[in-house]
Design a protein around this ligand. Structure first.
Ligand code: NAD
Ligand code: UFG
Length: 341
């Protein structure tokens, strides 16, 4: 059985579904601070069976001890955490407490229970303002520009130390590039509860007419059209990366680093154009100043993951955007029905 912390969230729900489709038993632990219980119903519809669910906090050691004792868990995927960059600047202690504190407590409880296979949701943010493109796993980690990024780097360092202290650990640090998209069914996707920071959720709200225009944060970067370039990856491809990592860790010890990206960068304007093509909806733009802390370019060298995990992203940008748009339209319909009742 796989324990997935943060398994009702955007990425965790896709990982949970992918594990279940592959015949694994899944137990989700989430405190629902940024997700809803209804994700469990939607995972169940798609998987044809229900994952286990524990409502609780990953920092609650007593709860973790009992979960790891009472269920036949043999590996953990740790997705639970806080991820809003701007919020992390305003509330750094909450971010360090949840992200770093949660990882420490989880590792303690796992060691106590004799469970040593762990996959962690890390981020390309740990590379900081890396200038060697594409970024591979041997590029040095940099100096993340905000507490969220620092917390991810700290979690990685905690896990590296833990693995050096005891040879039984097998830990996979998955460095996600920019996950977007949604499950092809339109039933699972990202549902931000406040004003989105990230490009895609904001763009989708503009497309629905919920916001007036998309702010383009800077058109004077040293990129082909002056806007920031990122490696957008379909969340279903990302989920599959976790399955491959869980498998690979059976035969590995210590810490393994894997980039989960496509190897291809797209600018903000590329994303807008592709979205307009897919949806037929024009997106009004306002070019604004650069967002503090943003870097010009960031895309992955996925070669190590291809070789060691036999994993490669399959979906292109238009598919990611079409799936995200389907999910957003379905969400919108659900909200309208809820308001009408
Ligand atoms: P999300 O907010 O949708 O999911 C995180 C889940 O963790 C939520 O369901 C939330 O309720 C839960 N959670 C938060 N704190 C918790 C706690 N203390 N105890 C139990 N549950 C808790 O975010 P996501 O996009 O699915 O991200 C999942 C992980 O991937 C996070 O660790 C995030 O930092 C990392 N990550 C995300 C991105 C991205 O762009 N989405 C990029 C890189 C890394
Ligand atoms: N952007 C805009 N307008 C917006 C939002 C974003 O122009 O309203 C631009 C940004 O300037 C950047 C690009 O769109 O050039 C992507 O920005 P996102 O906020 O979507 O993503 P980031 O690359 O800044 O960061 C994301 C996650 C981080 C994670 C990182 C990993 O937010 O948590 O990817 O690469 F660490």
């Amino acid at each position: 059985m796989i324990l997935i912390t943060g398994g009702t969230g955007y990425i965790g729900a896709h990982v949970a579904l992918e594990c279940m489709v592959r015949g694994e038993e899944v137990l989700i632990l989430d405190n629902l601070c940024n997700s809803q219980r209804s994700a469990i119903d939607r995972i169940s519809v798609l998987a044809g069976k229900r994952p286990g669910f524990i409502f609780g906090d990953v920092r609650n050691r007593r709860l973790l001890d009992s979960v790891l004792r009472d269920y036949p868990i043999d590996a953990v995927v740790h997705c639970a955490g806080l991820k809003a960059v701007g919020e992390s600047v305003r509330e750094p202690l909450r971010y360090y407490n949840t992200n770093v504190g949660g990882s420490v407590v989880l590792c303690q409880a796992m060691a106590q229970a004799g469970i040593f296979r762990l996959v962690f949701s890390s981020s390309a943010t740990v590379y900081g303002d890396c200038t060697c493109m594409p970024i591979n796993e041997s590029c040095a980690t940099g100096q993340p520009t905000n507490p969220y990024g620092m917390s991810k780097l700290m979690c990685e360092n905690v896990m590296k130390s833990v693995a050096s202290s005891d040879p039984r650990w097998s830990i996979g640090l998955l460095r996600y590039f920019n996950p977007i998209g949604a499950h092809a069914s339109g039933l699972l996707g990202e549902a931000p509860t406040s004003t989105p920071n990230n490009l895609l959720p904001y763009l989708l709200q503009v497309a629905l007419g919920e916001r007036r225009a998309l702010a383009v944060f800077g058109n004077d970067y040293p990129t082909p059209d002056g806007t920031g370039v990122r490696d957008y990856i379909h969340v279903e491809d990302l989920a599959l990366g976790h399955i491959r990592a869980l498998d690979a860790l059976r035969d590995r010890r210590g810490v393994s680093l894997w980039n989960l990206g496509t190897g291809r960068g797209y600018s903000v304007l590329d994303v807008v154009k592709a979205f307009e093509k897919v949806s037929g909806i024009p997106i009004p733009l306002n070019v604004e100043a650069r967002r503090p802390g943003d870097i010009a370019c960031c895309w992955a060298d996925p070669q190590k993951s291809i070789e060691e995990l036999g994993w490669q992203a399959r979906h292109g940008l238009e598919k990611m955007l079409a799936d995200a748009w389907r999910w957003q339209c379905n969400q919108h319909k659900r909200d309208e029905v809820r308001k009408a009742n």
